[in-house]
Design a protein around this ligand. Structure first.
Ligand code: SAJ
Length: 423
């Protein structure tokens, strides 16, 4: 059986490699020739535990080949991005539409088309199927369609792609059972069959739950600072309650899912999605909040150098998409600070990156935006020697504050009352 995977990104590439190492012939299709060429050379451009070895196996066994356009297959799986259109905060479905259109000339009777990309509820029925039916074939009669959203955690993709429960949102029974059959080849988690619109909605709901919960954590972080409570201790304690699962505050919410998916629900019901919108606004306010903290610790009227540590959207990944660091650095520069940026995990960022030494040399303030393991191991004594003034702002509660204070640092942890700062 032959599968054509469209889009070789964070989800498409692991998915293609999984199928190719579980008995399927896979054509991995991408419009970017560099990605196709590097795949055919057995190289992987995404940093993800185990992915290099898996892709290597798939190429070696001859079951995975990179292509720059689709070809006749039994199954087509669409794994392309669905970004947020900045102007109207609606899903930009142009890649899904392009991918679907590129399948049309190759669509044959009894084929199965699966949409894995995250989309607003109703997209499979209202957008995907009308395009595919331009082939002259009828969905449900001549070919089969399902929405099977990916739900893996970047950094842990290869484990979660196998172990997580999987929703199969077929447009009818036959579509669902066919989709289930192929995912069964490697998915060990439960496979649950549901209609396509519910599957689309549930995927969004999961990420919206996290966004709203993080907004609550960010709001209580601000409140904690004003009432003299340590938010990290407060959340830890509250989570001792068996039915409380608070999330944690931070400099903002990044990644390609959580800051975007809630808007896909919002666009379908803006007048009802009030909490969802407010949560987005609270999380989006965090970069401004962090920059205000920086301002409050810097003496006025002096040109200051801020060493920003960490620009990926979360710890120990190389992905900088939607990272709050982008907005924080923009605001710092706007305020006239000299900003030096270091991140050991990534080489791709909108602002220039430098070495740790260059970043901290003569810096007036260390601003930690990501809790990479590397930063937890920083030695405050040697960092302090290179800085102009010993000030550290930790937006992730990831450093050992007492150790840094012993080295003479003024430490400011996001969500801690002012009593946490040694003047
Ligand atoms: N964050 C906080 N506080 C927290 C947790 C996270 O500020 O308590 C921030 C992170 O720093 C990061 C952002 O939220 O900037 C998102 O990180 P994340 O680890 O919560 O989520 P992602 O985007 O890496 O992956 C999510 C996952 N969704 C859920 O856990 C419900 C993953 O399972 C999904 O597959 C993925 O989105 C996706 O593709 O939708």
């Amino acid at each position: 059986m032959k599968i054509c995977v469209l889009g070789l990104g964070y989800i498409g590439l692991p998915t293609a490699a999984m199928f190719a190492t579980h008995g399927y012939k896979v054509a991995g299709v991408d419009i970017n020739n560099r990605i196709v060429e590097s795949l055919n050379a057995g190289e992987v451009y995404i940093e993800e535990l185990g992915l290099g070895a898996l892709v290597h196996d798939a190429i070696e066994n001859g079951n995975l080949t990179g292509k720059n356009k689709p070809e006749e297959s039994d199954v087509f799986i669409i794994c392309v991005p669905t970004p947020l259109a900045r102007e109207n905060k609606k899903a930009d479905l142009s890649y899904v539409i392009e991918a679907a259109e590129s399948i049309v000339p190759f669509l044959r009777k009894d084929n199965l088309v699966i949409l894995e990309s995250t989309v607003p509820p109703g997209t499979t029925l209202g957008v995907l199927i009308p395009i595919l039916e331009k082939s002259g074939l009828k969905a449900g009669n001549d070919f089969y369609v399902a929405h099977c959203p990916e739900r893996v955690l970047p950094g842990n993709i290869l484990k979660e792609i196998v172990e997580n429960y999987r929703m199969i949102g077929g447009i009818d029974e036959k579509s669902s059972s066919q989709a289930k059959e192929i995912y069964k080849s490697f998915v060990k988690g439960k496979i649950i069959i549901i209609d396509s619109t519910t599957a689309e909605f549930v995927k969004l709901l999961e990420n919206t739950y996290r966004d709203v919960n993080i907004a609550l954590a960010n709001e209580v972080a601000k409140i904690s600072e004003s009432i003299g409570v340590n938010v990290w201790d407060a959340i830890k304690l509250a989570n001792e309650h068996p039915r409380v699962h608070l999330h944690y505050p931070g400099p903002g919410v990044g990644g390609h899912c959580i800051p975007i998916d809630p808007w896909f629900i919002y666009e379908k019901a803006p007048e009802m999605a009030k909490l969802i919108k407010t949560a987005r606004e609270i999380n989006n306010s965090m970069p401004h909040y962090v920059v205000n903290v920086v301002n409050s610790l810097m003496k006025k009227n002096e040109k200051k150098k801020i060493a920003v540590l960490g620009v990926t959207y979360k710890a120990n990944v190389d992905d900088t998409r939607e990272s709050p660091a982008i907005e924080i650095i923009r605001l710092l520069k706007e305020k006239g600070y000299t900003v030096a940026v270091h991140d050991p995990k990534t080489e791709n960022f909108v602002y220039p990156l430098t070495t740790l030494d260059n970043a901290i040399n003569n810096a007036n303030c260390l601003l930690i935006l990501v809790d990479h393991d590397d930063f937890k191991k920083l030695d405050p004594a040697s960092v302090g020697k290179k800085m102009r003034s010993k000030i550290v702002i930790d937006t992730r509660n990831c450093i050992d504050k007492n150790m840094w204070m012993r080295e003479g640092f003024k430490c400011r942890v996001l969500g801690e009352s002012c009593s946490g700062v040694r003047e």
